[in-house]
Design a protein around this ligand. Structure first.
Ligand SMILES: [Zn+2]
Ligand SMILES: [Zn+2]
Length: 183
């Protein structure tokens, strides 16, 4: 089997694999550590320009998960605000010591979902993207695996997310609304 074929097999095996509960990760210097207390709702490979700049790579792998399921186990990360095409912005959290960004929150997403940078997991191979987004700015030398789900920009949640994940977010939003000061 050629190198290319092996790579393709690996890509297909990983596609759609979800983070299982209990995965741990952290920044490059180890000051920020976290644990995911639930599986990801969905995993994006995001090819937008912001993700390319923030990671210094071709795309970011973002595991979407409710904030209450991300347990920071060491120093809490710091954050800054960035503009987004939606106009509603995102808040990016990073290690105050080494600058590694570990997750962000897009204000247009429902409830309080965090986009955890799966490249900061101790075992990043444990998950793979369910869907590729913003492929309109995908780097031209990067070929997606055959059959990968890909969108020029964003997608409609109802058409892509599993029923289970949609239900989890409904419950999450209801809990936020029920708690004082919920958003
Ligand atoms: Zn650090
Ligand atoms: Zn992005």
């Amino acid at each position: 089997m050629s190198e290319v074929e092996r790579g393709r097999d690996r890509g297909e095996a990983l596609a759609g694999r979800r983070a299982t509960a209990g995965l741990e990760g952290g920044c490059a210097c180890g000051a920020v550590r976290y644990r995911l207390a639930a599986p990801a709702l969905i995993v994006h490979a995001c090819h937008c320009r912001d993700c390319q700049r923030l990671t210094g790579g071709a795309f970011a792998v973002n595991a979407l998960i409710e904030r209450e399921h991300v347990e920071a186990t060491a120093a809490p990360p710091r954050s800054f605000e960035l503009d987004t095409p939606s106009g509603r912005g995102q808040e990016v959290w990073y290690c105050g010591a080494c600058g590694t960004s570990v997750w962000s929150r897009y204000r247009m997403a429902p409830g309080h979902l965090l986009f955890v940078r799966a490249g900061t997991l101790d075992t990043p191979e444990a998950i793979g993207p369910d869907v590729h987004i913003y492929v309109r700015s995908k780097l031209p030398w990067l070929a997606l695996p055959p059959g990968a789900r890909a969108f020029e920009a964003l997608y409609q949640t109802e058409k892509v997310w599993s029923a289970e994940s949609r239900e989890r977010v409904r419950e999450h939003v209801a809990r936020l609304a029920a708690s004082a000061g919920g958003e």
